[in-house]
Design a binder for this molecule. Structure first.
Ligand SMILES: Nc1ncnc2c1ncn2[C@@H]1O[C@H](COP(=O)(O)OP(=O)(O)OP(=O)(O)O)[C@@H](O)[C@H]1O
Length: 244
């Protein structure tokens, strides 16, 4: 469970987060939406302790990234906005390295690495160097790194960018599977169809604040719009946060 309360973050004179509050619950997929510059990435980075908010609080399963950084990192899987793979390493080496950083060793390490390779259908690429990998192949490596330690919470920053249909399906099935296991999934996106299809709850933010927080169906009803995309446009007052 992720709990964000009254988060503030200012860069020079830009208020990236301006009193942001919301919760993402276990067993649910929560979508974080908003136009460019709304503060989504800043929020996600605060959750995994990459940046320090100026004020407010962040909790992951009741733990705070500021004081319990290691415990929080073991409880979250991160699918970042930039993959940052090492070209000379293979996917297997990437996955093992991250798993070891999370404290996995011995038989458990071997089992978890093999499990995630099978789950993401990566057998054909797992022992090739990542140099020259396609966007979808890179995505799989990043996703495997995010879930190898079976975290209770998964945070994804625009996970489906650049993915083909098959990779998008793998990602979707994986998210549904993790939800069924009772995990908490929080992801940011600009793709309205994806959000409407995937999310149990949607948190819409504009200028660092929440402007709506409900199920996609409830937001359609609240705005009187038939499509979620139209509801989103009405709630944020512009269509700049949407991708086809
Ligand atoms: N390191 C930084 N230095 C200065 N300004 C920053 C920094 N990081 C973010 N910002 C600013 O904070 C605001 C929020 O940025 P953020 O990247 O969190 O938005 P976002 O909702 O993820 O946007 P997008 O949808 O375009 O990825 C923007 O105005 C951005 O320019």
């Amino acid at each position: 469970m992720i709990n964000v309360q009254d988060l503030m973050k200012t860069y020079n004179d830009v208020k990236a987060l301006n009193g942001l509050s919301f919760q993402a619950h276990d067993g649910e997929i929560t979508g974080l939406l908003g136009p460019n510059g709304a503060g989504k990435t800043t929020c996600l980075r605060s959750l995994y302790g990459l940046i320090q908010p100026d004020s407010g609080s962040v909790e992951v399963d009741g733990l705070t990234p500021k004081t319990q950084a290691l415990d929080v990192r073991r409880r979250i899987g991160i699918f970042p906005d930039k993959f940052g793979l090492h070209e000379r390493l293979t996917p297997r080496e990437h996955i093992r390295y991250i798993a070891q950083l999370h404290g996995l060793k011995g038989e458990v390490l071997d089992t978890q690495v093999e499990r995630v390779i099978a789950e993401l259908n990566m057998a054909d690429i797992v022992d090739r160097r990542t140099q020259g990998f396609s966007q979808g192949q890179r995505m799989k490596v990043a996703l495997a790194q995010a879930i190898v330690h079976q975290p209770k919470n998964l945070i994804l920053d625009e996970p489906s960018r650049g993915l083909d249909v098959m990779s998008t399906r793998i990602l979707r099935e994986l998210m549904f599977g993790l939800r069924e296991q009772g995990r908490c999934i929080l992801f940011s996106s600009h793709v309205m169809q994806e959000v409407a299809a995937l999310c149990d709850r949607v948190v819409i933010m504009v200028k660092g604040q929440v402007v709506a927080n409900d199920t996609p169906a409830a937001l359609c009803e609240q705005t009187g719009e038939a499509s979620f995309e139209d509801a989103f446009v009405q709630l944020i007052g512009t269509d700049e946060g949407i991708m086809a």
